[in-house]
Design a protein around this ligand. Sequence first.
Ligand code: X2X
Length: 333
Amino acid sequence: MLKRCTLLAAAASLLFSAVSHAQYKDEYTVSTVLPSAFPWGQAADKWVELVKERSDGRINMKIYSNSQLVSGDQTKEFSAMRSGLIDMAVGSTINWSPQVPELNLFSLPFLMPDYAAIDAITQGEAGEAVFAAIKKRGVTPLAWGENGFRELSNSKQTIDEPADLDGLKIRVVGSPLFQDTFTALGANPTQMSWADAKPALTTGAVDGQENPLSVFDVARIDQVGQKYLTRWHYMADPLVFAISNRVWDQFNPEDQALLKQAAIDAGQWEIEKSRSEIEDTLAAIKDRGVEVTELTDEQRAAFKEATQSVYDQWAPRIGEDLVKQAQDAVANR
Ligand code: X2X
């Protein structure tokens, strides 16, 4: 009897795995903005590699970089995932913030002074609340990665106080929050995709931009006239490994756990790697003749002060409680 039961159970489980396996796609699309030459693309590569390895080749994912699945418009990536046009993505909080207002949290100027502050938010209750907000809007977040602290570059002059930004045309991406930050600083912000950014810098349609050092370095932003770089660490954009709810629900619980753990491991690997490379990246940028300005605490405080209005404008949209939770996490880090 026992033997028969065991056999039956085995047959049932075989059948179940055959059926559930049959529902899986041959290949899942993974969207990214930046390709493999950048830490962001490497985070996605690592995820794909770990999933393939741990599933013995049952779950295959293919990366489409340069936002090509949304014709270069990175602010449409989240909607495309929600509607099932894209299965998975490793995306920046900035690019998804038009659809998930809570993600603007990370864009609040000077909220996170250092890596420990980022971790205090992402790894704590505020991070959980942000993940819940993403899930509610149709996408399942699995893990955090990191694009990095975004520094300011321009083609005109050294910037070490807000007045230096006066009238400068700055390329920004994503959320209207950036319009408000740069307007508060007296600059003239213009929103455009990453695909349009380099051409705009080349022609001088804009004077400056903000991106992590790794992006400045790999994309060779110095070659399009960006001679001045200010390390103001005004914000950092985490990356989120995520999967459309519709696709997520098709995986059995074991494979859901596998996908999630692989994302966590890939994210941790990428965060550590990109943080450890930052000094070398900085040296490489300086070697190419870029003038790098480090702000003193006082100078940074002046920028912080000048952008306080952004909190008043945005805390209600992000959620006052979430902003407070994040501020407390930073204060207690
Ligand atoms: O467009 C940018 O600046 C980039 C590549 O950093 C993002 O996608 C947020």
